[in-house]
Design a protein around this ligand. Structure first.
Ligand SMILES: *Cc1c(COP(=O)(O)O)cnc(C)c1O
Length: 493
């Protein structure tokens, strides 16, 4: 009798809810030494009468389950992760050491302020560093992601306008923007006005001028843009918006390319978010929660979320009494562990190190651009910043192989796929962001894989169109997988 394929080789296993047995537990708690009490005595109808539907597994079952899943997964600690726009850079292990210091790790947010002085000092110093880097006056560390920061920033813009007795309804957004930008506008009750990227790949001042009027609350501009190019006209665009009485929001998700080189505050930006999980090396994706601090000019400072961290003499305190504040954005003070990691990174790098990181990120992207552009034509002729946007135009015409096929085949070569079909204005886009943390050898190997895939597309297109070939789960119908996910395990065959 041949044994069934063991689950760790099969790349499929029951969900944790389908494992274990009723009453089984991985915890060994001491016997209860107080009288048991019926919860409904205290909680009435709120008391749960049915089981909690939690997995009932032993410790070893839980460990094996999650270890198995982790081995089927891809991670930055395994290989290159060129997912454009997401800045999947290496997460330095010293950050983890810092975040695991007991004085940080074991804090409770309800502790009295007098016992939180070290944590408050760190938040104050991180805010200061982010302001120095961006050229802004103050920042909030509360938002849990870039998109959450956009929400906060637009709320502050709306509050500042209302404070001046104004209620304009329109926000201009370039057609190259990340989908979160128009979504944040809608959430804030603003109307999105899409403005076209110019033929040269950047936003033209005249286009903005034509779209801007007395009903314009502001503009959301991503810089470097999602085409991976620097919006050179940002200062002039800011002048146009300001003279119409609006505010300039900069989507700072791509700040990695600008560290120590360009300060948005110096170019007239009024408010921007920063993704600690992109630019400042805190883990993301499956690796941990995000953090999207928002930095503002002095004029917008009164509208920051509460509480802010203030330094009075040599003590730190939370300031909750801010009458013009947009209020609290989330419980407590944000994803605190991420703040520790980002601060550790900034202090480890220093000003020179951060500028060097930006230089290497740009160099790496331009190296890939130079080596790949012949086979995968560029989306723009402007020099790349931190990422390069290529297209499948030529390959598709010659072989029928598309950006999706290339992305799937890269999995077989051991790489995470790049971002594809984004930005939407580039047909068949392949958006590649190597980040500064990859070595020349890794970049060359990646170029080699991209070239091999072109050869395969010519000689054996079905191989590429059927990729990935080496994974436990093969190519999925992605729409169906999202709309009708199969959450229960069924053994194949
Ligand atoms: C990643 C990204 C966002 C959204 O940030 P999240 O932290 O994922 O919410 C917004 N804009 C751009 C340009 C981005 O790259």
């Amino acid at each position: 009798m041949t044994p069934d394929c063991p689950p760790h080789l099969l790349h499929q296993s029951p969900s944790i809810f389908e494992q274990g047995a009723p009453g089984r537990s991985g915890a060994s708690l001491p016997r209860c030494d107080v009288p048991e009490r019926d919860p409904s005595v205290d909680w009435g109808k709120l008391a749960r009468s049915s089981p909690a539907m939690l997995p009932e597994v032993s410790e070893v079952e839980a460990t094996r389950h999650f270890t198995r899943l982790s081995r089927w997964n891809y991670a930055i600690d395994i290989g290159m992760y060129p997912l454009g726009s997401c800045t999947m850079k290496y997460n330095p292990k010293i950050n983890e050491w810092a975040a695991r210091q007991l004085g940080f790790l074991a804090l409770h947010p309800y502790q009295p302020e007098s016992t939180l002085q070290g944590a408050l000092a760190l938040m104050h110093a991180l805010e200061g560093a982010l302001c120095e880097i961006t050229g802004m006056a103050r920042a909030t560390l509360q938002p849990a992601a870039g998109a959450h920061g956009e929400l906060a920033g637009l709320m502050m813009i709306r509050a500042a306008l209302a404070d001046r007795g104004r209620h304009p309804t329109k926000i201009l957004i370039p057609d190259s923007a990340h989908g979160t930008n128009p979504a944040s506008c809608t959430l804030n009750g603003f109307d999105t006005v899409s403005v076209k990227t110019g033929a040269s790949g950047i936003l033209d001042v005249d286009t903005v001028k034509a779209a801007c009027d007395g009903n314009t609350a502001g503009i959301m501009i991503t810089n470097p843009s999602t085409l991976g190019v620097f919006e050179e006209k940002i200062a002039e665009i800011a002048d146009v918006i300001h003279s119409a009485g609006g505010y300039v929001y900069m989507d700072g998700a791509n700040l990695n390319a600008l560290l120590g080189k360009f300060r948005p505050g110096d170019a007239g930006v009024d408010v921007m978010h920063i993704n600690l999980h992109k630019t400042f090396t805190t883990p993301h994706g499956g690796g941990g929660p995000g953090a999207g601090p928002v930095a503002v000019t002095q004029a917008l400072e009164p509208f920051l979320p509460t509480p802010t961290v203030e330094k009075v003499g040599d003590r730190y305190r939370f300031d909750f009494s801010r009458p013009k504040s947009i209020g609290r954005l989330r419980s407590f003070y944000g994803n605190w562990g991420m703040l520790v990691r980002a601060y550790a990174y900034i202090r480890e790098m220093g000003a020179e190190g951060l500028a060097r990181a930006a230089e290497l990120a740009v160099l790496n992207a331009n190296y890939l651009r130079a080596r790949l552009a012949d086979t995968y034509p560029l989306a723009t002729t402007r020099p790349s910043m931190h990422e390069v946007v290529l297209s499948d135009k030529k390959l598709k015409k010659e072989t029928g192989v598309t950006a999706l096929d290339v992305a799937k085949r890269l999995i077989d070569y051991g790489y995470h796929p790049p971002t594809i079909y984004f930005p939407l204005i580039v047909p068949g886009a392949l958006m590649i962001e190597p980040t500064e943390t990859e070595t020349p050898e890794t970049l060359d190997a990646f170029v080699g894989a991209m070239a091999s895939i072109v050869e395969e597309a010519k000689s054996t297109p079905d191989l590429v169109k059927g990729a990935p070939q080496h994974t436990g789960i093969r190519r999925l119908d992605e729409t169906r997988a999202a709309r009708q996910p199969r959450l229960r395990w069924r053994k194949e065959g």
